[in-house]
Design a binder for this molecule. Structure first.
Ligand SMILES: [Zn+2]
Length: 227
């Protein structure tokens, strides 16, 4: 397989950074002084990792953002795979409260959205990270650093340094789907590529893996709706 990439040099850059864009093109951000040969050496040393990233299908094709929902009373939003109603409350202070419905402090449009996103991010940290730690222990893999991030390109990723990043929007998905994404990324610490061995590891841990994979494909854009 041929690995093609675009190099962008910048005076501000001290280190080389390789990124995989939404359209799966590879872009190398490099310091001005970096020679083509030096850059190519680094890129080639990351071949395996890059091919792995390139194999991951983008979450969906087309529009970068779904048009999204208004945060208004009566509208509903997803949490752990279920829709719950939103109610705006008149207390301007404090964050979102969840009690079989979302109670969101009323602010201006941006504040209200931000409060809701903050709440989702907090839930993602509290719910996803401990599960990730538990699965890591069960699989006997060592995660250097796990984080919940705002990533528009993918649901989860792992780096060659054993760092795992998971998209906060996953908290809108059913727990079985969250578990699938967690185990998928952890399994990459044992097997970099999507080999039969890789899928055996994933299926052994999450029996509904195929269903979850299909769910993400079908409903991924729903999680992506702007809040
Ligand atoms: Zn993968």
């Amino acid at each position: 397989m041929n690995l093609t990439y675009t190099t962008v040099r910048s005076a501000k850059r001290k280190n080389l950074t390789i990124t995989v864009e939404r359209d799966r093109s590879v872009v190398v951000l490099a310091p001005v002084g970096a020679t083509d040969e030096a850059i190519d050496r680094v890129v080639q040393s990351k071949r395996e990792w890059l091919f792995e990233k390139l194999q991951h299908a983008p979450k969906y094709q087309g529009r970068p953002h779904a048009p999204g929902k208004e945060v208004v009373s009566g509208e509903s939003a997803l949490y752990l795979g279920r829709e719950y109603r939103m109610t705006l409350t008149s207390t301007p202070e404090g964050g979102v409260v969840f009690d079989r419905a979302f109670f969101i402090p009323q602010g201006d449009r941006l504040q209200t959205r931000q409060a809701f996103r903050d709440w989702y991010g907090q839930q993602a940290k509290e719910i996803i990270l401990p599960r990730l730690a538990r699965y890591a222990a069960e699989l006997g893999v060592k995660v250097a650093e796990a984080a919940i991030v705002d990533n528009r390109l993918r649901w989860g990723s792992c780096t060659t340094k054993n760092n795992i990043r998971l998209n906060w929007r996953l908290i809108k998905a059913p727990m079985s789907v969250i578990d699938y994404v967690i185990v998928h990324e952890l399994a990459h610490l044992l097997e970099a590529n999507h080999t039969p061995d890789f899928w055996n590891i994933v299926r052994a841990k999450v029996p509904g893996a195929e269903k979850s994979k299909a769910w993400l494909k079908a409903h991924g854009q729903l999680l992506e709706e702007e809040i």
